[in-house]
Each structure stands twice: as structure tokens, then as C-alpha cells.
Write a protein that binds this ligand. Structure first.
Ligand SMILES: C[S@@+](CC[C@H](N)C(=O)[O-])C[C@H]1O[C@@H](n2cnc3c(N)ncnc32)[C@H](O)[C@@H]1O
Length: 262
């Protein structure tokens, strides 16, 4: 019998929403219907631990290059050599790199996201965290953390392990190209109050505690970091990486480039 608690069932939120977004975009396969006959846009629900809830359309995870943000183009133009797309999502970046002849591996912890990537034609896919993949013996010249995936650095506790795992996967001279958002330009008291609350409990201001929801599914609560370039420089300090460039042309978004020092 179904056990109803009001809480979401833990599951592959990204996988399910990407699969539905692909079905809506292509018209192929079962699409989410909300009581009617017309397919609904697929919305990712993002919950923060202060109760803030946001909805973001998932379709952009499948966007073609002509619909990308300018910083995404500048990021892929910086790619060189064997590339690991960390948190490959629906594969939009990996597909363009493949087309350009770049050897690219898409890594993701979502089995469903990887299925979507495979169906869209991404050839080399890995179901793992970077830590797990570090033992594979594979090596890369470029690591991409796009679609705000600088957030995967999580905060002060996780940053050293995450950066060490990337370094273990790196060839000499490797680079990380990461998309971040500086959270501190806002005057919205909901956000500034949250940043203050975080600092009081010893966290970075923009160290978000989130869970994602889609339909009846949810993720466990996890940390996702939105930080300023200055905070990033501190997190990188003492790691095998050096912050060598910050491109803030699309502020508050920025592209950070890290270079392997050793
Ligand atoms: C915000 S989406 C970005 C997708 C893609 N990079 C883009 O720009 O379209 C985040 C992706 O990272 C994946 N992800 C989340 N945590 C991860 C982790 N610890 N390691 C690898 N991938 C992760 C999610 O499953 C999701 O596909």
C-alpha cells in the first residue's frame, strides 16, 4: 500500500525532469499532463532550507547553442584537449564539443540525465561523482562546471576534497572552467537575511542548503555554493589549483578559470 506522508519520495529528480523536458521538446514519449490534454512545461522546484521556493523551467537544459547565455559560448571557446563535463545534465555543452571534434566525457550522478544524454547522442558518459571517477585512470586537460555548477564545490568543508579529486583526474597544465554567480549584489531581505543567517552558523553567505523536487520526487537536502570570486579565491588557496582569471562580463554571473599549479 502507498505510504502517504506529505514528504517527497527520494529519487532521480534531474533524470525525471530532463526525460519529461525532452519528451515535451521532441513530442516523443509520455509527457506530463496536468489534468488536461496539453503537455505542461516542465518546472524544476528548488526549495531552500529557510522555506524559500523557486520554480525554474527545465527546457533550457536542452537549449541549442543559439539560445545559450554568452558566457556559455566563452566557456566552450576556452576548452582545449580531453574534457570532462562535470554535471553534464542534458548534454547541451558536450554535444557542441563533440561536433567540434573535442574528446569529451560527460559525468553525472543522475542515471536519468545520462540516459537523456545518450538518446541525444553524447557518446562518452560516466555515472559517478568526481571522487569516484578519480580512481578510473582517465585524465583530462579541461574540466567544465557549467550551468552554475561551481556550486558543486559546496563550501569550505567539501572544497579541498572536490578540488583534489579534479587534480587527481588532471593532466599537467590542466584547467577548470566554472560558471558561478556572485550572490551579494541583491538587496532583497529574503536573500540578505539568509546570507546573514548562514554566516552566523559558520557557513559562507551563499552556501545554499537546497533540495530539488519534481512531481512526487525529491532529492535529499544538499549544499550548493553561490559565492563571490573573492570567496572562491580563498577556497582555492592551498589547493593544487590557482584562480588565474575571472570573466565578469555578464555580472552577476562569472566564469572562473583555475589552472593546475603542480
Ligand atoms: C544545474 S544542472 C547543470 C547541467 C549542465 N552542466 C548545463 O549547463 O546544462 C546540474 C547537473 O549536475 C548534476 N550533479 C549534481 N550533483 C552532482 C555531483 N555531485 N557530481 C556530478 N554531477 C552532479 C545533476 O544531476 C545535473 O545534471
Amino acid at each position: 500500500m502507498k505510504h502517504v506522508t506529505g514528504e517527497p519520495r527520494i529519487g532521480d529528480v534531474f533524470g525525471e525532469l530532463l526525460r519529461d523536458a525532452l519528451a515535451v521538446a521532441t513530442g516523443i514519449g509520455p509527457r506530463p499532463l496536468a489534468g488536461g490534454r496539453l503537455p505542461r512545461p516542465v518546472i524544476e522546484i528548488i526549495e531552500r532550507d529557510d522555506g524559500l521556493v523557486n520554480g525554474a523551467p527545465a527546457a533550457h537544459y536542452l537549449d541549442e547553442p543559439q539560445d545559450w547565455q554568452p558566457h556559455d559560448h566563452r566557456a566552450v571557446d576556452r576548452v582545449r584537449g580531453a574534457t570532462l563535463d562535470v554535471g553534464v545534465g542534458g548534454g547541451r555543452i558536450a554535444l557542441l564539443l563533440q561536433e567540434r571534434g573535442v574528446p569529451v566525457t560527460g559525468l553525472d550522478t543522475s542515471a536519468g540525465a545520462l540516459q537523456v544524454c545518450r538518446r541525444r547522442g553524447v557518446r562518452d558518459l560516466v555515472h559517478a561523482t568526481v571522487d569516484e571517477h578519480a580512481t578510473s585512470g582517465r585524465r583530462y586537460d579541461t574540466f567544465l562546471l557549467l550551468g552554475n555548477n561551481l556550486g558543486l564545490i559546496e563550501g569550505r568543508e567539501r572544497a579541498p576534497t572536490f578540488l583534489a579529486a579534479l587534480a587527481a583526474l588532471a593532466r599537467p597544465g590542466a584547467q577548470v572552467i566554472a560558471h558561478g554567480t556572485d550572490p551579494y549584489g541583491t538587496r532583497d531581505p529574503v536573500h540578505t537575511g539568509y546570507h546573514e543567517h548562514n554566516r552566523r552558523r559558520g557557513r559562507l553567505g551563499g552556501q545554499l542548503r537546497l533540495r530539488l523536487r519534481y512531481r512526487e520526487l525529491g532529492t535529499p537536502w544538499f549544499d550548493y555554493l553561490v559565492c563571490s570570486p573573492e570567496e572562491l579565491a580563498e577556497l582555492v588557496h592551498g589547493s593544487p589549483w590557482q584562480l588565474v582569471d575571472v570573466d565578469s562580463h555578464d555580472a552577476p554571473y562569472y566564469l572562473a578559470t583555475l589552472q593546475l599549479t603542480a
